[in-house]
Design a binder for this molecule. Structure first.
Ligand SMILES: Cc1cc2nc3c(=O)[nH]c(=O)nc-3n(C[C@H](O)[C@H](O)[C@H](O)COP(=O)(O)O)c2cc1C
Length: 402
């Protein structure tokens, strides 16, 4: 199921320039299947029209605390919400929320709600750095509000600095909202380590050996684990897809670097998911300078790189759940079952490299999950995001069974 589907989100918009981005956020929520009730402050109406939000959400937009026929809007809106998101949240709104004011509809909704509240500040960098704003944010966090730190980067006005103050992108806000809507998971607070993407093994300073892995599967797993409340370390080779929000990323290039990063992350890992496609071979000799066109070698001798699962096995803590991946072309299940035993894995996720719509680069995957002592669990062709959820559902099942 999509993360916001069927959920009711109260989306508050206050009077900042970044409110133009909130229209896109409203669309993401609505497209994801959420019911979105938009509350604009009076000031926000100077920046963006209610009609935009009404068209995007298919629902009426609210502004006034005392409106004809809607005397108790703040109570009904707040009580019906599974989540309240205020984006952008102005400095003034943060101040009102921190002092518990209720003299406009949006502030009153915050006081009447028992749903989680995500505040997304956006303002000039000096306003954000002001001690008063810092104190308001600290106080709001101590009250249990979730306050997203603004991004650094160019602000709306070209005269302004590039310090923190920019509203994060709508996709980032969506990811944080989805995390707050996620039901309590066995992965909450656990450390999940995920590897993703290919590695590269240099031939000379400009050429390398690698493979077609995009990193999409590993990124989907990292995203899903983070949404479930885990602290996620993503150990990533060069990816062809954007990095996910919220996760700690360790960028690596070679298989040896990936092995070293896995070893150090294993010291605190509760779960390790090896979704990367590390290069199995590297040139035996690395040329320090670019090999000239006229000096083409007849052959490139190769040697094996480290087997990451084997060489890091001694670094696993007892009880760490380990999920491996196997991409095979022949006798797929037989090879995978051997790997499950030999590498001491809890699960192995197998895909057939010859299957259309599965494997490298594609948005979909058809996998079979093998667990020790259990029948192979063949899943239908699914989006990689759905495969990621299916894998982590099984990991959670093991955790709950302990
Ligand atoms: C052009 C313009 C842009 C503004 N942008 C911001 C902003 O990005 N962040 C902010 O905190 N205040 C900004 N303000 C100030 C707020 O609009 C002002 O504090 C207002 O009272 C906020 O009301 P509200 O919090 O009820 O929406 C801006 C004001 C103007 C005139």
């Amino acid at each position: 199921m999509r993360p916001v589907q069927g959920r009711r989100i109260l989306l508050g918009v206050t009077g900042g320039i970044a409110s133009y981005k909130t229209a896109w956020l409203a669309r993401l929520f609505a497209q994801g299947g959420a019911e979105v009730d938009v509350v604009l402050t009076r000031s926000a109406r100077e920046f963006i029209g209610a009609v935009t939000f009404e068209a995007l959400t298919g629902r009426p937009v609210h502004t006034e605390l005392v409106a004809e026929g809607h005397a108790l809007d703040h109570i009904t809106l707040a009580r019906g919400a599974n989540l309240i998101v205020v984006a952008p949240a102005t400095a003034d709104f943060l101040s009102r929320a921190a002092s518990g004011r209720a003299d406009d509809l949006l502030s009153a909704c915050l006081l009447a709600a028992d749903a989680p509240v995500l505040l997304v500040p956006a303002m000039n960098d000096r306003m954000w750095a002001h001690k008063q704003t810092v104190a308001n944010v600290e106080h709001l966090r101590s009250l249990g509000y979730h306050v997203l730190a603004p991004d650094a980067g160019p602000l709306a006005s070209p005269q302004e600095g590039a310090g923190p103050g920019r509203m994060p992108e709508p996709t980032t806000i969506f990811a944080h909202a989805a995390r707050l809507l996620e039901p309590r998971s066995a992965l909450a607070g656990k450390h999940v380590v995920v590897t993703a993407g290919p590695t590269r093994e240099a031939i000379d300073p400009v050429r390398y050996l690698s493979n077609h892995s995009s990193g999409r599967m590993g990124v989907a797993i990292a995203e899903s684990a983070w949404r479930r409340g885990a602290d996620v370390t993503l150990i990533a080779g060069p990816l062809a897809v954007p990095l996910p929000d919220g996760v700690h990323t360790v960028a690596v290039e070679t298989t040896e670097q990936m092995a070293a990063a896995v070893r150090s992350a294993l010291a605190s890992a509760d779960v390790l998911v090896m979704a990367a496609a590390p290069a199995d071979f590297r040139p035996s000799q690395l040329s320090d300078s670019k090999i000239k066109k006229g000096a083409r070698p007849e052959a490139i001798a190769l040697e094996n790189t480290s087997d990451i699962l084997a060489t890091t096995r001694d670094a696993r803590r007892p009880g760490t759940i380990v999920v491996g991946f196997a991409l095979e072309t022949d006798d797929v299940l037989v090879h995978a079952a051997k790997k499950l035993e030999a590498k001491d894995l809890d699960f192995i996720v197998v895909n057939d490299a010859r299957e259309i719509g599965a494997g490298f680069g594609s948005e979909t995957n058809r996998v079979t999950i093998l667990a020790r002592g259990a029948q192979p669990d063949a899943l239908p062709l699914l989006l990689k995001t759905e495969v990621a959820d299916a894998i982590l559902d099984r990991v959670e099942g093991v955790m709950r069974g302990r």
